[in-house]
Design a protein around this ligand. Structure first.
Ligand code: DGT
Ligand code: MG
Length: 335
């Protein structure tokens, strides 16, 4: 006697950069729990575990409707035992006990508060927690020496932890645009990061600056930063020399984190692709390039390891084509 059951299963390609993922998420309850566990792993410097949870969440984000039973997940990529346990718990009990207990834990709460300070990463937060510092007040009373970034971060803690809206981003765009064209006429500025993907809020605003004539962009970053400073917009700045990138807080009606990237026009498409995100989408693009194409992708270039040549591109579309991937527009890179 045979019994037959027919189940409709979802089919999803295994790399996030092969999928179209919009902001519409039919499985937010599941992906929120997995994202929390991913964040906790990242804050505990367990990067591998963090990525595993992020990949699992990304698969669920790509599904066209809510998951209602475990059988629907059969054959889906990137769902490891741990993620499946979390999903099962939620489908059966309405919530993940692991995610809930993590959220309530003193360690997670302290890590969130402390890494919420601009300039404080997981390592520093962990050290402070081991010294018994669990919150901002304890930090201030501890007499720990803070670097300049952390001092600014602490001073503007509430502002910098308040989400940046699209309206904020538009105002800042105008200011940065004014700065850019004032110091270098003909220079071009593009909104990148989450706002380019159509997100309605973010933790910062990201811009990419270039000039159509190669080489004209050299020295642009310090000029833009000085202009912003002279106009009273700058609270704090940190410039990474080799990457031609500056992170600054701008004083408007509130402090907002702004990330500026300057790129020569020959690298513009790579910078645009590399800085539009999402972070997981970027990671998956590089993994695809390396593992499936024997190429190395960065936000500067694409290198073919077999032919030993750099592959040129003047648009994102060309880079996807070099990689043998279907073009995914920014609004569908919300993995
Ligand atoms: P948000 O600001 O919370 O809405 O999220 P995103 O997606 O704008 O993320 P953000 O602002 O941290 O970074 C923008 C994109 O830039 C991100 O999706 C990947 C890329 N990215 C971030 N940090 C780095 C970095 O240190 N190096 C490189 N090459 N790319 C980065
Ligand atoms: Mg951003």
């Amino acid at each position: 006697q045979t019994s037959e059951a027919e189940v409709v299963v979802f089919s999803v390609p295994s790399y996030a950069c092969q999928r179209r993922t919009t902001l519409e998420n039919h499985n937010a309850v599941l992906t929120d729990a997995l994202a929390l566990l991913a964040e906790n792993a990242e804050l505990s410097e367990e990067e591998g575990r963090g990525v595993a949870f992020r990949r699992a969440a990304a698969v669920l984000k790509a599904l066209p409707r809510p998951v209602t039973s475990m059988t629907e997940l059969r054959g889906l990529p990137c769902l490891g035992d741990h993620s499946l346990r979390v999903i099962k718990d939620i489908l059966e009990n309405g919530a993940s006990s692991e995610a809930e207990s993590t959220k309530q834990s003193e360690r997670y709460k302290a890590l969130k508060v402390l890494t919420g300070i601009f300039g404080v990463g997981a390592k520093t937060a962990d050290r402070w927690i081991r010294e018994g510092i669990l919150g901002l007040q304890q930090l201030q009373e501890s007499g720990q020496t803070l670097n300049r970034a952390q001092q600014a971060g602490l001073e503007h803690y509430d502002d910098l932890n308040q989400p940046v809206t699209k309206a904020d981003a538009d105002v800042i765009s105008e200011i940065v645009e004014r700065a850019v064209v004032s110091v270098l006429p003909g220079a071009q500025m593009t909104l990148i990061g989450g706002f380019r993907r159509g997100k309605l809020s973010g933790h910062d605003v990201d811009f990419l600056i270039t000039h159509p004539e190669e080489g004209r962009e050299v020295g642009l970053m310090p000029k833009v930063v000085s202009w912003l400073e002279s106009q009273g917009f700058l609270l704090y700045q940190k410039t990474t020399r080799n990457s031609e990138r500056s992170r600054s807080g701008h004083k408007l009606w509130r402090a907002v984190r702004v990330d500026l990237v300057v790129s020569p026009i020959s690298q513009f498409a790579f910078a645009l692709l590399g800085w539009t995100g999402s972070k997981l989408f970027e990671r998956e693009l590089r993994r695809w390039a390396g593992h499936e194409r024997n190429m190395s992708l960065s936000s500067h270039a694409l290198y073919d390891n077999k032919q030993r040549i750099y592959l040129r591109a003047t648009s994102e579309e060309e880079i996807f084509a070099h990689l043998g991937l279907e073009f995914i527009p920014p609004s569908e890179r919300n993995t």
